[in-house]
Design a protein around this ligand. Structure first.
Ligand code: CU
Length: 302
């Protein structure tokens, strides 16, 4: 454990040095040349480390994960006082990742930039909650952070950030929502035990899309909704009740998995569909569900 933190600290040192070198090229010529060596600890200034050329994003990512893991460890240990100092650098760490991500295609870069803004907000909320000694709130904010980190991670090629050694869930530092907001989910109120009379199939895919985005079902008709996750991160399909108080439809789907349930919705109208995984709605993962008016008399005639 402490070894990983040490690695994270070292990676962080590399990370802090590199963007300065990069910006020197872009703007002020040689002005910044001496900056990376500030501090006078010349005994490991980077030249002795065997860092492969492509380690930039990995180093930045592992520094980010080390910070995230540190916050999680403090939370588990009840050391909320220590979280303030660790949440502060999160936005810089994401900025550092972006600084190393010159190869990223524009649309993916835009998503990482969008997530970076939200990381800043979550970092603030994290330390406010921790300073207040509110462990429950701190945990919620950490879940939001994990959602954003997953969103960021999904923009990179498989293994580009952490080697992808043993599949998507393999890395111990990978953010996970498994024991998070979804574990204590109530049964969606639209679920019925009746036999389905229709089927609606929806794919959820990266980056952050429902396919199709517009769903239709008939009011009063038990309809099986199947959600197929063809992406590499977890997703969900959620429709709130018209008063917004409860989940009408909620299917949470791990990568590569299909989840289904039979729903009966009785109130015609158009309702927003969202993915409840933190950060995904903001990433553009939205759709709509149209509940069509029932056809009165049809059952008795046919
Ligand atoms: Cu999603």
């Amino acid at each position: 454990m402490s070894k990983r933190i040490l690695v994270g600290v070292l990676a962080g040192a590399v990370l802090l040095a590199l963007p300065v070198v990069g910006s020197a090229d872009a703007g002020h010529g040689k002005k910044m040349e001496s900056a990376p060596r500030a501090g006078g600890h010349g005994d490991h200034d980077g030249h002795g480390m065997s860092t492969p050329a492509n380690s930039g994003v990995r180093g930045a990512w592992s520094a980010l994960m080390a910070a995230r893991d540190g916050i999680s460890a403090d939370l588990e240990a009840g050391a909320l006082n220590d979280i303030h100092a660790k949440s502060g650098p999160l936005p810089e760490l994401v900025a550092g990742l972006l600084a190393q991500s010159g190869d990223l295609e524009t649309s993916k870069r835009t998503r990482v930039e969008g997530a970076a803004k939200q990381v800043s907000r979550v970092a603030d909320a994290l330390h406010v909650a921790a300073d207040r000694g509110d462990a429950e709130r701190t945990r919620k904010e950490l879940e939001r952070l994990d959602g954003l980190l997953q969103l960021i991670r999904a923009q990179y090629e498989d293994g580009a950030l952490d080697g992808g050694m043993s599949g998507h869930e393999g890395h111990s530092a990978a953010p996970s929502n498994d024991h998070g907001a979804h574990a204590h989910m109530d049964r969606p109120v639209g679920v019925v035990d009746a036999a389905s009379q229709a089927t609606l199939r929806v794919e959820v895919l990266d980056p952050f899309r429902f396919q199709p985005e517009r769903l239709e079902l008939r009011a009063g008709v038990p309809t099986r909704i199947e959600v197929v996750n063809v992406g590499v991160v977890e997703h969900s399909l959620v429709v709130k009740t018209p008063d917004g108080a409860q989940d009408w439809v909620h299917l949470h789907v791990a990568p590569g998995v299909t989840e289904a349930a039979t729903y009966q919705l009785d109130e015609p109208g158009t309702y927003p569909v969202v993915c409840s995984v933190p950060g995904h709605t903001e990433g553009g993962m939205i759709g709509e569900l149209i509940v069509l008016a029932s056809q009165d008399g049809e059952h008795s005639r046919h």
